[in-house]
Design a binder for this molecule. Structure first.
Ligand code: UD1
Length: 423
């Protein structure tokens, strides 16, 4: 297992290029099950989660080839309609194969993902959605088995806005007979990207990017090429890196992002006292003397993303004053807090609210990654901390950040990966 060693206090400057969105790629890749043939998915990030999704889809007969950032997919020979536990346990997004397998092949046998590091993460809405579309769904032995001759359009109103359930039902509904309406659909840009991709494949969808989707089922789809949207969470993480460790008086450019996807984060950064200049595909950020305390509450898009909550807490740990960070999406997602406190932060958690009392400085220590975004917050804190920070178990970071240490080093950070030992 690798670890990162960061010698903190180096001032960052320069330009960082943002990769394609992990959460979009993880939906686009299984969508290729819906129509046999050749696809090219441009701007696909080189991440462990993308590799895990490829391995899973390979067990079903798909073939992948990567050239630079283009992932070529051949889905002409799908032979197996199963997602075994060995794969699903590695990555919850594996559940995304349920909708397309059921919609295209009328059968899916998919392991239930179970919980994750910070608590339970149910998939009841995915299952209810498939049932509403007329599938016969059984849960047994830790697996979902879903069958249907052909799915039938239905009206689905989600109790909770769910990215995964919206994506899954959308992929199932595009080949259903008749019209499906999804209300309280997720509006996240990654779901909009999936919708656009499906339209390129011949699907009839209206309301993309809104919480009301209407899908008129078609008899067949065809392969298409697509360019994945930029990763708004990676962009947000680098903006916070610039705010926490950027060289005062110089601008850091976060390039190849979509600023319109980032407004919840950029607004809060401005409230925290940084200067921003927003272009068509970049945000330039200039850190000022001190960080001001700013409360955030996570919510569904276009609110502040839960996937930026841990990074925001890292930033607020160095603010001049006290802030409150509330997570309404995942009430238990605060595994990073005790680790940040090991670096000298002063954070307490009660229920789903973290109270962050800003401290003057953080000091390097050994800390442990527990999940993807928690790991990112520890890296950010390590950049600002005095002395050496070791972030152990960085495989979490490799799931969702493409070469994060290389990108940070290009900005001037002193960060290195140490491989091959048991940490
Ligand atoms: C996706 C993202 C993840 C992000 C999350 C919230 C991917 C691969 N992952 O995860 O990075 O943190 O959105 O923006 O895109 N829920 C239910 N029942 C369900 C499904 C969800 O109650 O069947 C609840 C969850 O417990 C949670 C809320 O709905 O409280 C939102 O979760 P959801 O949007 O489904 O998250 P994911 O799609 O798993």
């Amino acid at each position: 297992m690798d670890k990162f060693v960061i010698n903190g206090g180096k001032e960052l400057s320069g330009t960082v290029r943002i990769s394609g969105a992990k959460n979009a790629s993880l939906a686009l890749m299984p969508a290729t099950l819906l129509a046999p043939g050749q696809y090219r998915l441009h701007n696909t990030p080189g991440l462990r989660d993308v590799a895990t999704m490829s391995r899973l889809l390979e067990t079903m007969g798909l073939r992948f080839r990567r050239e630079d950032n283009t992932l070529s997919v051949d889905s002409s020979d799908v032979r197996r309609y199963e997602a075994p536990y060995e794969h699903v346990k590695k990555m919850r997004a594996s559940i995304y194969v349920l909708g397309p397998l059921l919609g295209r092949y009328g059968y899916a046998h998919v392991s239930l993902p179970g919980g994750c590091a910070w608590g339970p993460r149910p998939v009841n809405l995915h299952i209810e959605g498939m049932r509403k579309l007329g599938a016969q769904v059984e849960l047994e032995g830790g697996y979902v088995t879903a069958k249907a001759k052909r799915l039938k359009g239905a009206r689905i109103v989600f109790d909770v806005s769910s990215v995964g359930a919206t994506g899954n039902v959308l992929m199932a509904a595009v080949l259903a007979e008749g019209t499906t309406v999804i209300d309280n659909a997720a509006m996240e840009p990654e779901i909009a990207a999936l919708g656009e991709f499906l339209v390129r494949m011949g699907a009839k969808i209206s309301g993309i990017g809104t919480n009301h989707l209407e899908i008129e089922g078609v008899d067949a789809l065809h392969p298409a090429d697509f360019t994945t949207i930029p990763d708004r969470i990676e962009a947000g993480t680098f903006l916070v890196a610039a705010a926490i460790a950027g060289k005062k008086g110089t601008a850091i450019r976060v390039q190849n992002c979509d600023p319109s996807h980032l407004s919840a984060v950029t607004t809060k950064l401005e409230d925290a006292g940084v200067m921003l200049r927003v272009g068509k595909d970049f945000v330039e950020i200039e850190p000022l003397k001190e960080i001001l305390p700013v409360n955030v509450t996570t919510s569904i898009y276009s609110g502040f993303p839960t996937d930026m909550q841990a990074q925001w807490i890292a930033l607020m740990s160095l603010a001049r004053g006290t802030s409150m960070v509330t997570d309404t999406i995942y009430a238990d997602r605060f595994m990073h807090v005790p680790e940040l406190n090991r670096l000298g932060a002063n954070i307490t958690v009660k229920g789903n609210v973290a109270t962050v009392v800003g401290v003057k400085k953080l000091a390097g220590a050994k800390v442990m990654s527990t999940d993807l975004r928690a790991s990112a917050s520890l890296i950010l804190a390590g950049l600002a901390a005095e002395g050496t920070t070791e972030v152990l178990r960085v495989y979490h970071l490799d799931r969702g950040y493409e070469r994060i240490e290389k990108k940070l080093a290009l900005l001037g950070a002193d960060i290195s990966r140490v491989s091959g030992e048991e940490f």
